[in-house]
Design a binder for this molecule. Sequence first.
Ligand code: GLV
Ligand code: MN
Ligand code: MN
Length: 419
Amino acid sequence: MRVPILGTAAGIERYLLELGTITEFPDRAGVTRRLYTEAWQKAQIMIYELMCAAGLEAWMDEVGNVHGRLQGSSDQTILTGSHFDTVVDGGAYDGAYGIIAGIVALSELKARQVPLHRSLEVVAFSEEEGSRFPLTCWGSRALVGKIDTEAMLLCDSQGISLNDAMRSVGLNPSRAHPRRSYDYQGFVELHVEQGSQLEERRKPIGIVGTIFGQERWIVRVRGESAHAGTTRMARRHDALVAASEMVMAVYRLSQNNEAHAIATVGLLQVHHGTANCVPGHVTFTVDLRSAHDEIRRNLALQLRQDFKESGIRHGVEVVAEKHTDTAAVSMSSHLQHLTRDVAENLELDTLFLDSRAGHDAQILGREMPAGMIFVPSHQGISHHAREFTSARDLANGERVLRNVLERAANNRYSEDGGG
Ligand code: GLV
Ligand code: MN
Ligand code: MN
């Protein structure tokens, strides 16, 4: 592994695209790296080697997060980083960018022998997306000691438990509560926007105000499987027809509330479905988000009522189980202002915006001041093979991150001032 071409746009892009070749399905477009798979482990090792090659003190923790540290004169530490898992057939930039740019930023500060009071640490989080197990932000939750041992029993779609998946990559599930090794005082996450606001307004840098809260459900609809030719309409308990009404209820709720909330059904399965049977068992997911937790709670109640009514209409049983609930979080106003100052000094225009995507900063932001810096996503495309950010935008983000980290490491640092 060669050391990155520090500070150059091509260097960040090259390492990002190289990481993007590590995928569960090399014959498909896009990147798939679900937690604790072989591809995930290969990526973990590549990141570790890159951190070592960049001259950082590197280690892997108990849940597979990879840390790269640049020691300052104090153990007080400012964190940066993002996640290296992906959705199925996702893009090469989501998560990976914050890790690669974080490594480049720290190695650049090291190469220039910039004096640091606080230490800096880049963390590659093991999981954020929830693409394998019904959980999200596993890596960042573990870092701050916010994971639940019951999670070990959760299973993926193949029936493999989190416990067994951890063992398969050499981790010991009974040690899945990483100690906080240092005094973590703040977190700055650099990420692609995943929307189109920056590109449309021609702003190279976004500064996040609030990250939307989100919840995810698994909904099980049980009707009665029956013969497709002989079962009269009045006698059917069609789980798929009922579920389709519920999908439309989610869609309408989203349409009617788009200014402040959004909801999606991303996965629907007809169990043992065959062409000549009335479907008896369907499961589907709901992802519901809002910047206001109160609004989200009310919309969730409304959806549950809609689901209940569909269930009654079609004579099917509906069980909606919420497995994730992450509150909306405001980013530190100090870090927002610091980022704007830094960007202005670099003559980069900024836009303040909210994030409708979930991020590790949402978890860490409840434990310490957190900030998020966005760079443009071409046409706002994300969670897709065509996700793209230009090398120039990637490099701009790294410069802003590097300067924010340097100032956060050296300045008086608190929620209400400094900087
Ligand atoms: C992750 O990308 C999410 O927004 O759910
Ligand atoms: Mn994502
Ligand atoms: Mn992400």
